[in-house]
Design a protein around this ligand. Structure first.
Ligand SMILES: [Ca+2]
Ligand SMILES: [Ca+2]
Length: 154
């Protein structure tokens, strides 16, 4: 997603300057609305395609009540270049029923998020189970899912 790490200076600017300057910034709970996401990325100098932004915004609407807090925003952007932590966070968010394993509907969400960056990437849920279930218990854990995604070149 993001390939270059934000410097400490950039993160300070995000927290103290850019984030509070967004049109929908709410000082009471330190959040911005989903509609400010494109401007936020742009101000950080990280260009996203409209498709990438849409996935992120849909995700916020669905998972975060359409709001992004200042702490979460800095957290996501500071770690977005580190594949491991970002992927764990992403997989944990996709585990909608919170059982620690990725079911079919949850895989479809993962596929949607990662597929948008790689239109040529085609892996069915059956492929996912076959390839990712390393300990052969018939289920794919979050850990197994992260290791699998890391091999996908997405
Ligand atoms: Ca699950
Ligand atoms: Ca397994």
């Amino acid at each position: 997603m993001v390939t270059k790490a934000l410097s400490a200076k950039e993160l300070d600017a995000l927290r103290n300057d850019i984030f509070p300057s967004m049109p929908t910034y709410n000082a009471a709970d330190e959040t911005v609305r989903t509609s400010d996401v494109p401007a936020l990325w742009q101000r950080m100098g990280r260009e996203r395609t409209p498709e990438q932004l849409k996935v992120l915004m849909d995700f916020m609407d669905e998972k975060m009540d359409g709001k992004l807090s200042r702490a979460v925003s800095a957290n996501i952007m500071s770690k977005a270049h580190l594949k491991g932590p970002w992927l764990y966070e992403c997989m944990r968010d996709c585990d909608k029923n919170g059982d620690g394993f990725i079911q079919k509907e949850e895989y479809e969400l993962i596929f949607k998020i990662f597929g948008i960056h790689n239109p040529g990437w085609k892996k069915s849920y059956a492929d996912f189970i076959k390839e990712a279930d390393v300990n052969s218990d018939g289920k794919v854990s979050i850990h197994e899912a992260v290791e699998w995604i890391e091999k996908q070149d997405v």
